[in-house]
Design a protein around this ligand. Structure first.
Ligand SMILES: [Mn+2]
Length: 325
């Protein structure tokens, strides 16, 4: 039995009362942001509403196979007819309004806030926050039930993808009964798990795999528990890769048995480097990143630093070892 709550009545009422909506989500959109937006737009259309998905940043290539991704309005320039021909802005996945990167542009339109993050600031005229939801897309699935919309295959696929990306392929602690219930229902509605898995895990450009090969040559393990690796501009060139090919690279050193903290040092300019940190369990790398002017979450954080790269690596190793002790 699941204990997921239904979409609240005031939200359903609010959505039914308008004619046209902007749907937006956070900067650097992830699978949950993109899949939830593209699922929601189809659900709104099914009840006769017009809508536009507006994203400040371009979604990763990974999600281009989702239906409607080519019609996402990208950038800070408003979509045509905005704001006069819209009745509201639906903000997904943003604990604070500024996370959408468009807070200056949104003007006075009423905001509908749907989120599953801790610490959401309830900035909307309607707020539906469920921190137990495995993905925002799972909440959108419940919203579709509240609106009594039967999902088509494309909508089911978009929402299913949010479950896969936010639960790390049903591996993370949020892989709850609600996640499996929604996944089951969405697959019954036509989502294809093997197709989504292929998009997410088996559609890498050759350059990304070659860059991984280059990175692994630089892998070092320090006292068994800290791993570091480098990605330099030279490596980008020899792999024919660009910065979008670095997505997920850090997961490889992190997957080594016994390694509790990882740093990937990536060259962004001659003497400028992005340090990405990962850790397991209670090991807090966010604190270290924040001290360096960056940020993130307890187990995934990052910051910018100056070279030279070998000195930087030594410093990072010492600091991660400090964090572990
Ligand atoms: Mn999410």
């Amino acid at each position: 039995m699941t204990t997921s709550t239904k979409a609240p009545e005031n939200l359903l009422k609010k959505l039914r009362s308008g004619h046209r909506y902007v749907i937006t989500s956070h900067i650097n959109p992830d699978g949950d942001a993109v899949g939830s937006s593209l699922g929601l737009i189809r659900i709104l259309r099914a009840i006769g509403k017009g809508a536009v998905v507006w994203s400040r940043d371009e979604p990763p290539k990974l999600y281009r196979s989702l239906a409607g991704s080519e019609r996402i309005h990208i950038g800070t320039e408003p979509p045509s007819g905005f704001p006069d021909s819209f009745d509201g802005v639906i903000v997904l996945e943003c604990p604070t309004l500024d996370r959408c990167g468009l807070e200056e542009q949104l003007g006075d339109l009423p905001v509908i806030n749907i989120d599953h993050h801790l610490g959401n600031e309830h900035y909307g005229v309607v707020n539906w926050i469920d921190t137990a939801a495995p993905s925002l897309g799972e909440m959108i699935y419940r919203l579709s039930q509240g609106l009594m919309v039967n999902l088509d295959q494309e909508t089911a696929t978009a929402l299913y993808l949010t479950l896969v990306t936010d639960t790390g392929g049903f591996r993370f602690a949020n892989s709850s009964p609600a996640a499996f219930d929604a996944a089951s229902a969405l697959v019954a509605e036509g989502a294809h798990p093997e197709q989504v898995a292929q998009w997410l895990y088996e559609s890498q450009p050759e350059s990304a795999v070659r860059l991984l090969g280059e990175m692994l040559k630089t892998l070092e393990i320090h006292d068994g528990r800290v791993a570091t690796a480098l990605v330099t501009q030279e490596m980008f060139e020899s792999a024919g890769a660009s910065s979008s090919d670095t997505e997920g690279l850090i997961d490889h050193p992190r997957s080594i048995a016994g390694v509790d903290a990882v740093a990937l040092i990536r060259q962004v300019d001659d003497d400028q480097f992005k340090v990405s940190l990962r850790s397991r369990g209670d090991i807090d790398v966010e604190k270290l990143a924040r001290k360096k002017g960056g940020g993130g979450h307890r187990n995934a954080a990052g910051y910018l630093a100056e070279g030279p790269i070998d000195e930087l690596r030594q410093t990072v190793v010492a600091e991660l070892q400090d964090t572990l002790s």
